[in-house]
Design a protein around this ligand. Structure first.
Ligand code: GAR
Length: 198
């Protein structure tokens, strides 16, 4: 079983989807070994605690530079023998040392059909605001490998979701999570873990 670290910053509903998938036997080729939060107030940490998953805070502002921050994250991942890193609503930026040490072993969930509404500045509700402003009728979610291009790595899985008349960023975010993200992320994690086990 591949030891997984889930990196979070907020509510952690995608972390919850992974925990639930583990309990349901949908995620069985990997196991969540660690949750790392960039935010000490993240509700995701409470979810980890509830399921007895070790949770730690690595906050960018506690480090003198992005390089020092990345060095700290890499140190934790290596010390814990982590085999796969899952970014689930993580707002920190991973730099070259982490990305190179974990090539094809970091994946991210993004709440749009990439390459639409991706890249620097597109995160959380902002993605849905942009989709509504553009007037798209279909949006969705993407799980992709992380490389040095923001939201530009190889796509693993995608799922489309309809935009409804009268949607707000909040209603659209909720539907994208319910209809796409919470199934897509566990499925992609299982797929990648199986591939790495071979
Ligand atoms: C999710 O919608 C995720 O796709 C998005 O942040 C939310 C986190 O929610 N990620 C990004 O926008 C990354 N660019 P969660 O904390 O409840 O899982």
């Amino acid at each position: 079983m591949i030891p997984i670290a889930v990196l979070v910053s907020g509510c952690g509903t995608n972390l919850q989807a992974l925990i639930d998938a583990g309990e349901a036997g949908i995620l069985c080729a990997g196991k969540i070994a660690l949750v790392i939060s960039s935010n000490p107030a993240a509700y995701a940490l409470k979810r980890a605690e509830q399921y007895h998953i070790p949770g730690i805070v690595v906050e960018p502002k506690s480090y003198s530079s992005p390089a020092a921050y990345n060095h700290a994250i890499l140190g934790v991942l290596e010390a814990q023998g982590i085999g796969l890193v899952v970014l689930a609503g993580f707002l920190g930026i991973l730099g070259t040392p982490v990305i190179q040490a974990y090539t094809q072993r970091i994946i991210n969930i993004h709440p749009s059909l990439l390459p639409a509404f991706g890249g620097r500045g597109f995160y959380g509700l902002k993605v849905h605001e942009a989709a509504l402003a553009r007037g798209v009728k279909i949006t969705g979610a993407t799980v992709h490998y992380v490389d040095e291009r923001v939201d530009g790595g190889e796509i693993i899985l995608q799922k489309a979701v309809e935009v409804w008349e009268g949607d707000t960023p909040e209603t659209l975010q909720k539907r994208v999570m319910q209809e796409a993200e919470w199934q897509l992320l566990p499925a992609a994690v299982e797929l990648v873990c199986r591939k790495r086990e071979r």
